[in-house]
Write a protein that binds this ligand. Structure first.
Ligand SMILES: Nc1ncnc2c1ncn2[C@@H]1O[C@H](COP(=O)(O)OP(=O)(O)OP(=O)(O)O)[C@@H](O)[C@H]1O
Length: 881
């Protein structure tokens, strides 16, 4: 608030005083102040919102010192959502009394705070999540908690050691929360959240970062808070025992939800401790590079993602689980095999598979409907939709029961079909309830005797009115006379102006309009009172019964969420089976070894896109890697556009799919469990964020070399391209050696440096592969097959010719290339020699070292010419031996 505005505050109207009081409580929120039919904003908020939403800025006073703008109450939702999407926080300051009944100014209070992480965005896609995150760091340990209020999913994790914070940032980069909470006094606030470190891309993407008071982040405060909310004695059962930091992060989230008054959040009925090591780890860079769930560049079509290609799920829960699974594929043999077995069985029977998938046809978003019931934003129609979904569940269990695989059996046996809850809703709510409560008729006939009686009363009352209308028409002879109702005047008799003369003396005038006169009679008043009281009372009863129903449903929240999880898994496995059958995919063999083998495999996304666009057929390829006995490193050379990147990505995607429990597009695949996939692929768009491409590349490479294990899969594409040729070559060279000698990870290394292919002579577990081309009279044709051996030449100039570079430039480039190749061959011979440690040693035998020492010791200035000549002769003698 500026000084000028504070001064104004002294002479404020009562409404403005209320406004300032609210604003003081929620200084970081845009204050939407309800005044009559509008939400009004004032001062800086008004200026900002008018600009962001292109609203007209007005003022409350003549001098224009109190800027103001507003949006109509009934259309506010759209505006609020737009601001939330921009990352703003909003406080709703509502009228707490009915203006009609209050003589003085109505009381106003902030009833709810909307923030990107707490508000439900109605346009949120079924497969998307709306995570609110919170981070907490204490000595050597960094914790992260995530909550999706739209489904009730709530989990927390911890990272330890020197790279604990990097772990949190990486997880944030993968999960992409919309809002992040951190301790206002914590070190994170100042240092890392400002986005200073190289690894903070995960943080930069989060628009809304909210500082929460420091004291909230303490076990003393949050542990009882969590225990009370979940109604448990100890948090150990949720896996939080011994994970105090994770509990603190989770507790801070719960505190925030309560502080921002999100209403009843019974559907948030537990928090789960999770560990990343139980899954195949994918860092944020790889998730992005491999386009697992989002296209590489935002705004591009999502059709390039693995998620898009694999999503044949029938339910929103299935879609969300598929997406989450792609980000965290399994790393346990037993788990993966259980899924593959289930998929295989469902794939084998078209009839049973179709029955299973059809059984989920009517299943809507159980978790989100439940969340709406909990947050009290569900109307009668939503509750009926929930019932519709509950009604489908017995069919789902039946369909699952037809299978024999262990996983299907487990899912079927633990499946709670929630028949009691379904029956309860159906028993209580009318078959086709109105959208709004005020219309009445939400509760089914027969549920409450008093309600039925009152309804009968108002029905007969309305019939009586029809009778009155008819009788009065006959009595007055006015054919157009009508009995009508409005909320201000109640029931009345309406007569057109022209007929006003014929009105009898016992009519009491109520209101005069341009064309008509309105009257009442004592009899009409009496019926009016009867009908209105009956309606009011039945409204009360309907609301009470609805609230009871809501409470009963919420009491079953935990069961519903457990069922939703089962539906999600059934759906995802059904989807995998469907794809396997449709596209002829095969079951991968998973084992505990260092092997990665696929035969005649295809890139699932590229293949599908080629099919859809009619761009020809994808050429299948094979690979064989074995970290234990070799070959562990494959060096892939070949022309641009030859298919190197596609080959690399294909390997990673197949590993991800297999470890998710999905069949794969190949003739055969054998996979020793992969603990982590690392990718360093192509140029990223970090340049736009002000970082050099080379710096990013080296940071990513450093992360790989420092953390990859013998069980990892490493993909390196075009390493070293961002710097001078020899720098790049040397770095790539040393990197390959390190991966080969020290780490022994399964590695695919695509490169333009042909010099590297010479490494195959020296590194026993390295092999060369090349993408092939056919040279024809008119130029080169890409065959896209991968075969053993190094590429014979670069073809870069050929590709440039295909791209349409002028003939003169192409000709000259060929000349320059020849010159360089001659010089380079020489240089490379030398570098191979240097790379051999043995040869390096021969430069410094003990003998020559003595000569060097003597030369170094000689006092050149003090030597006479004769002494110098003697020394020289002596040294020469020694050398000649
Ligand atoms: N096996 C394949 N079958 C059919 N088309 C393929 C195959 N592999 C790649 N392609 C197509 O060839 C084109 C080039 O592939 P890719 O980008 O993988 O080549 P590259 O060798 O990595 O090129 P650069 O070195 O320029 O990055 C892409 O359009 C891709 O769809």
């Amino acid at each position: 608030m500026t000084t000028e505005m504070t001064m104004d505050a002294a002479a404020l109207t009562p409404v403005m005083r209320q406004y300032f009081a609210a604003k003081e409580q929620y200084p970081d929120c845009l204050m939407f102040c309800r005044i009559g039919d509008f939400y009004e904003l004032f001062y800086e908020d008004a200026i900002l919102v008018a600009r962001e939403l292109q609203l007209t800025l007005t003022a409350r006073d003549k001098e224009k010192k109190q800027p103001m703008c507003g949006v109509p109450y009934h259309a506010a939702e759209v505006y609020l959502q737009r601001l939330l999407r921009m990352g703003y926080r909003i406080a709703l300051c509502e009228q707490m009394e009915d203006p009609k009944t209050v003589k003085t100014i109505v009381r106003r209070e902030v009833t709810r705070v909307l923030t990107p992480g707490t508000a439900m965005d109605p346009t949120l896609g079924a497969e998307q999540s709306n995570y609110l995150a919170s981070v907490y760091m204490k000595a050597g340990c960094a914790a992260l908690a995530l909550l999706d209020l739209s489904t009730g999913e709530f989990r927390a994790t911890e990272f330890a050691g020197a790279s604990a914070w990097a772990g949190v940032v990486d997880e944030l980069g993968r999960v992409r929360p919309v809002e992040l909470l951190y301790s206002s006094g914590g070190m994170l606030g100042g240092v890392n959240l400002a986005g200073e470190s190289e690894t903070s891309a995960g943080l930069e993407a989060i628009r809304t970062k909210t500082a929460v008071e420091d004291w909230v982040f303490s076990a003393e405060y949050v542990v009882p808070l969590l225990r009370n909310h979940f109604r448990v004695h100890s948090l150990d059962g949720m896996g939080l025992g011994g994970h105090e930091a994770a509990a603190v992060a989770a507790g801070a989230l719960l505190h925030y939800i309560q502080k921002t008054k999100q209403g009843a959040v019974e559907h948030v009925d537990g928090v789960r401790y999770y560990e990343r090591s139980t899954c195949l780890e994918l860092d944020a860079v790889s998730v992005r590079n491999l386009e697992l769930v989002e296209p590489l560049f935002s705004g591009e079509s999502a059709q390039t993602t693995l998620f898009y290609t694999l999503d044949a799920c029938c339910t929103p829960m299935g879609k969300r689980l598929l997406r989450a699974t792609l980000l965290r594929p399994a790393h346990e043999l037993v788990e993966i095999e259980a899924r593959l077995e289930a998929v295989g069985e469902a794939m084998a029977s078209l009839r049973l598979r179709e029955e299973l998938r059809r059984s989920m046809d009517g299943v809507l978003d159980l978790e989100r409907l439940l969340a709406r019931v909990a947050l009290d934003s569900a109307g009668p129609r939503e509750v009926m939709a929930l019932a519709g979904t509950l009604g489908c569940l017995p069919g789902v269990v039946r369909a699952v029961g037809a299978f024999e695989a262990r996983r299907w059996q487990e899912l079927g046996e633990s499946f709670d079909a929630l028949e009691d809850l379904h029956a309860l809703v159906v028993r209580t709510i009318a078959e086709e309830p109105p959208v709004n409560f005020s219309d009445g008729g939400v509760i089914r006939v027969g549920v409450d005797a008093e309600l039925d009686e009152l309804r009968e009363l108002s029905r007969s009352g309305r019939q009586a009115l029809v009778a009155i209308e008819e009788r009065e028409r006959a009595r007055t002879g006015i054919g157009s006379l009508k009995v009508r109702f409005n909320s201000v005047f109640g029931y009345y008799l309406e007569v057109t102006k022209a007929n006003a003369k014929a009105v009898p003396a016992d009519y009491e005038r109520k209101q005069t309009l341009v064309n008509a006169e309105r009257f009442t009679t004592p009899e009409l008043k009496e019926y009016e009172a009867k009908i209105l009281t009956a309606q009011e009372r039945s409204g009360e009863i309907e609301r009470r019964i609805f609230a009871e129903l809501r409470a009963a449903l919420l009491a079953g929240a935990q069961r519903m969420r457990a069922t939703a999880r089962r539906v999600a898994e059934i759906d995802m496995l059904g989807c995998f089976a469907h794809l396997a059958a449709l596209r002829g995919w095969v079951k991968p063999t998973i084992e505990d070894s260092g092997v990665l083998e696929f035969v005649q495999a295809r890139h699932p996304v590229v293949e599908r896109r080629m099919e859809e666009s009619g761009a020809g057929r994808f050429v299948p390829n094979s690979v064989y890697l074995d970290a234990e006995v070799g070959p562990a490193v494959m060096l892939i050379t070949g022309p641009n556009m030859g298919g190197k990147s596609t080959y690399l990505r294909q390997a990673a995607l197949l590993v991800v799919m297999a470890q998710c429990g999905c069949f794969v597009p190949a003739e055969r695949m054998r996979l020793g469990l992969v603990d982590r996939i690392y990718t360093r692929i192509g140029a990223s768009d970090n340049v736009a964020r002000g970082r050099s491409t080379f710096m990013v590349e080296m940071t990513e490479t450093a992360a790989i070399l420092n953390t990859a294990t013998a069980r990892s899969l490493v993909l390196l594409d075009e390493m070293g391209r961002g710097t001078a040729t020899y720098d790049g070559l040397s770095l790539a060279w040393a990197t390959v050696e390190h991966l080969h000698d020290r780490i022994g990870a399964r590695t695919l290394f695509a490169t333009h440096y042909h010099e590297l292919t010479l490494l195959a002579d020296r590194l026993t577990r390295l092999k060369n592969l090349r993408v092939t081309v056919k040279e024809t009279a008119t130029g080169i044709v890409f065959l896209h097959t991968v075969e053993a051996g190094p590429a014979s030449k670069s073809y870069g100039i050929e590709v440039a010719r295909l791209a349409g570079l002028p003939a003169a430039v192409i000709g000259r480039a060929r000349e320059v290339l020849k010159l360089h190749e001659r010089a380079e061959t020489q240089q490379v011979r030398e570098s191979v020699a240097v790379a051999e440690p043995k040869m390096q040693m021969t430069m410094f035998t003990p003998l020559s070292q003595r000569i060097v020492d003597r030369l170094e010791a000689a006092d050149v200035d003090g030597l006479t010419p004769r002494e110098a000549l003697n020394l020289l002769a002596e040294l020469q003698r020694e050398l000649k031996g």
